[in-house]
Design a protein around this ligand. Sequence first.
Ligand SMILES: Nc1nc2c(c(=O)[nH]1)N[C@H]1C(S)=C(S)[C@@H](COP(=O)(O)O)O[C@H]1N2
Ligand SMILES: [Mo]
Length: 249
Amino acid sequence: MKLLGQKLNRRFFLSLLSLSATATILPSKVFGLSDYRRDKNIPKEYIQNRDRPGFFIRSANPFMGVDANDWGLSIRGMVANPVALGYEDLFGFKVVSQVSRLKCVECWSATAKWEGFHFQELVDRVKPDPQAKYVYFQSADSYYESYALEELLRPRVLMVMRMNGQPLSKDHGFPLRLIAPFKYGYKNVKYITSIEFTDSRKRNYWANNGPYSVDGTIQPGIDHPLDFNKKPLPINGGEVFHPFDKRPS
Ligand SMILES: Nc1nc2c(c(=O)[nH]1)N[C@H]1C(S)=C(S)[C@@H](COP(=O)(O)O)O[C@H]1N2
Ligand SMILES: [Mo]
C-alpha cells in the first residue's frame, strides 16, 4: 500500500512537471493532471478550486458550469429500461432532505441542508440486472467515480438538487450531485450526466489521477497533513500526503 502510494506520487510529480510549461485553460487538454489553485490565468467566471468561506469549492477541471437547457442525464448499462432524463424530469422524484457534512481529504469539511431523492428511485425506474453490482458516474466536467451499488442504497445517500434551500449553485454541482456522507468529498460527484450500471468497477477520478483510495470511506481520527500545522507529512489509511504540496524533507 505504502509502496504503491509512493510510486503513484512519483509518477504524479513527473506529470505535473511536464505539464507546467504547457498548462492552458483547456480542461480537456490538461485532464486532471494539474492543480489550479495557484493559477492566476483562469478567468474568474470559471468554476475552480476556491477556499470560499462557508463551503469550499473543489473542481479539478475548471469549466463554465451546466446550463439546464443543455443538460441531460442518461441512465444505462446493465438495466432493463435505460432512460434519458432532462432537467424537468428531475422534479418527478420523491424529495427528501437531510443535514450532513461533506469532508474533503484535505481535511476541511462543511455541513449543508441537502434536498434530493434516493438512489432507489432511479433503480426502480431502470431496473438493473442482478449482476449489475457497480455504478459508474460521469460528469459534465470530465470527472468520474464508481461505487458499489449496495453503498448507494444506504439511507443517507442522496441524489441532490438543492443545497441550503436553493437549487445547487453552479459551483456546487448544478443540477445534480451525489452526497454520500460516509465518503470523502471526492466521491461526492457533481454535475452528473451519466449513470451506468456495470458488473465490474470502473474508474475513479482521484484514485486514477492521484494517490487517494478507490473506496474513499472516511477514516475517523486521520487528518490530512495540510491541516497539521501546514506541515505536509505522510499519513496512513485511505489518504496520503497531498500531491500538490512539497514532500516532507
Ligand atoms: N464533477 C466533479 N465532482 C466533484 C469534484 C470535481 O472536481 N468534479 N471534486 C470533488 C471533491 S475533491 C470534493 S472535496 C467535492 C467538493 O464539493 P464542493 O465543490 O461542492 O465543495 O466535490 C467532489 N466532486
Ligand atoms: Mo476534495
